[in-house]
Design a protein around this ligand. Structure first.
Ligand code: F6P
Length: 365
């Protein structure tokens, strides 16, 4: 195969369902346009490695089962840049090693699949100073990448959480409990809000909206007073209040890629409810939200993104972030995004309106 017809693909940051669907789509489209597709293992770390570990994608690996399987066949990496800088390397060193990797692999283009953190790195290390033909695809269970309505992985996470809440509801009913379910999402409440609505919970706490323990207790009481023998509350992991903060006390001082590891909110809320006399328990869904059979919406979104990324590489339409906006795939200039790669739930989000309409407690909104 002529090395001038070779595209690289990598997955960067926390994994999610749908990465493999995007890889498969990029492979199918690459084949159609006469490119070899090379999967660079372990994200940017792999690309910058003088002896990169890579996979030449083929029909056997990219069969239909890849469409629905979670994880990343080319693995991912979260903290290579910060740990490399921690080892004394400069940003210039990192840029050079990435560029060398791109050249050594003989790439004519690179498909970069990442979330908001990885996209900032991409802008800093791959776009602004290097002549790399690159197209980005947004992925994250958190759905907090700016501009795009949805990122790959979000729909599957919402499905996994909704199914888990259904399971939790049956035991909540048997034991007449108030169950508090903690979900991921970092600083955005999309998973909590969408899964909470989809599974008919009574209260949804997200970092975007202030809440009070007193109002939450009143909500729980009103559930029991109305004859419902249980209560379901979803709390996004980053939720806090004046008493409960995500500081060193709750994270053991662990700081990863400049982000705290959030934990403890469900336990805190459950304790408050217990103290008020409710039979309450906390459940933390954790990394289960990153797995599961890829949801149909994610398969379609990832397939559309993967194929379009190859089209843009082929036409040398570089430096773009693919976004899904009002039912269409659009290519946005990464440099136009300035520093704002992330978004949060707004008061006008469809789920906020539904929650209000159904009388779900979502804080003091
Ligand atoms: O960004 C995706 C995500 O799953 C967040 O929802 C969560 O806070 C974080 O990653 C967990 O990361 P790690 O697995 O590195 O602890």
């Amino acid at each position: 195969m002529n090395v001038n017809k070779r595209i690289g693909i990598l997955t960067s940051g926390g994994d999610c369902s749908g990465l493999n669907s995007a890889i498969r789509a990029a492979f199918i489209r690459s084949q159609a346009l006469g490119y070899e597709l090379v999967g660079i293992k372990r994200g940017l770390r792999g690309l910058a490695d003088p002896n990169p570990d890579f996979l030449i994608l083929d029909n056997v690996l990219c069969n239909e089962s890849l469409l629905t399987s979670s994880g990343s066949v080319i693995y991912s990496n979260t903290d290579w840049v910060s740990s490399t800088i921690g080892q004394g390397k400069t940003t210039e060193d990192i840029k050079n090693s990435i560029y060398d990797g791109y050249q050594n692999l003989g790439l004519t283009g690179l498909i970069f699949i990442g979330g908001d953190g990885s996209l900032s790195l991409m802008k800093e290390f791959l776009i602004e100073n290097l002549d790399i033909n690159i197209v980005a695809i947004p992925k994250t269970i958190d759905n907090d990448v700016a501009i795009t309505d949805f990122s790959i992985g979000f729909h599957t996470a919402v499905e996994v959480v909704s199914n888990s809440i259904e399971n939790i509801r049956s035991t909540a009913k048997s034991h007449e409990r108030a169950m508090v379910v903690e979900v991921m999402g970092r600083d955005a409440g999309f998973i909590a809000m969408y899964a909470g609505i989809a599974s008919g919970v009574d209260a949804i706490l997200i970092p975007e909206f202030k809440y009070s323990i007193e109002s939450l207790k009143s909500k729980v009481k009103s559930c029991y007073d109305s004859g419902q023998n249980h209560c379901l509350i979803v709390a996004a992991e980053a939720v806090e209040n004046d008493e409960f903060k995500h500081d060193e006390e709750f994270v053991d001082g662990v700081v990863k890629y400049s982000q705290l590891q959030y934990r403890g909110i469900a336990q805190y809320i459950a304790q408050k409810l217990k103290a008020a006399g409710f039979n309450s328990r906390a459940v933390v869904l954790g990394h289960t939200q990153r797995g599961g059979k890829t949801a149909i919406d994610d398969r379609i979104l990832a397939s559309a993104f993967g194929a379009e990324a190859v089209n843009l590489i082929d036409s040398r339409n570089s430096g773009k972030l693919l976004c899904y906006i009002k039912g269409k795939i659009e290519a946005i200039n990464i440099t136009e995004l300035q520093n704002s790669f992330s978004k949060k739930i707004s008061k006008s989000d469809i789920c906020v309106n539904i929650a209000k309409c159904f009388g779900v407690y979502i804080g003091e909104v």
